[in-house]
Ligand binder design. Sequence first.
Ligand SMILES: O=C(O)CCC(=O)C(=O)O
Length: 334
Amino acid sequence: MSRAAERLRLLINHLDRQPAFITAAPTFTQTYTYSPPKKLRYTLGTDLLTPEQRLFYEENGFILIKNLVSDEDINKFRKEFERICRQEVNIPGLVVMRDVAIAKSEFVPDQKAVSKLQDFQEDPELFRYCTLPEILKYVECFTGPNIMAMHTMLINKPPDAGNKTSRHPMHQDLHYFPFRPADRIVCSWTAMEKVNRQNGCLVVLPGTHKGTLQEHDYPEWEGGVNKMYHGVQTYHPQHPRVHLEMEKGDTVFFHPLLIHGSGMNQTQGFRKAISCHYASGDCYYIDVKGTTQENIEKEVKEIAARKYALGDEITFKDTWAVRGRLVQGDRNSM
Ligand SMILES: O=C(O)CCC(=O)C(=O)O
């Protein structure tokens, strides 16, 4: 890790806290198939996924598992979210985001002001989501046994204020990641309540994970766009879409090249989901210079430099390396 990264790590108060609550669980004792059928590229041969489930992910780039996370755990995550909104806890590194429409209006107290929490890896209660055995056993089917939790979010999609800013533009998550290979990265996204078209469920374009990383930028939306909500500039509007309507606890796992987004929240309630992006501990960092990711690299570096009063020395890689947490097996190259 570079000197700048060390300093960043220090600044966000990582060095003096114990890594104790994030114990890397021993590798699952699942039997690995030594020679998986050649055609299966996106999934690994653990004993968990049925052949039908593997084929579904291979073809579509996502898989939905019903009723995976317990009500009890989700209720605990919800309570912790409310505590954070009431500012009863101060979590190092946590990013609290506000919807662009709400941020511009007068101050709205508590959770109504918060559209998303990012980087909750230092919050023991929320980070427990990333270590749940029921989640990790699926993650392992995509990443293999060494698992890093790289990016965490609790999304609290607000009722739309009338200008459609509660939408999330269609995008590929890999746009944000300077690590590879893409096939050993996966997102888990768990509904914290019933999600449907009315309150803005996830929308995915099945099969798009087989394509390449597209150019992303801020969409030109009249009502404004939330910070960092880049969208794909070119995808075929006729591509079949699937609206992932889910019940509380249902979890979707999806590939980082899958084009996805979410619709407007047309209800009066907040639509909550919790998610983590995982990568294999054997993934490696890449230099995004000269690629479509240069714009996001620039934006992330500017935000990190401002937030932690650092200069140009901070790298895109550093901003990820300090946030990543080992949750199972070995951290070999991340
Ligand atoms: O939960 C949502 O509305 C979409 C979240 C998402 O795709 C993201 O933040 O990358």
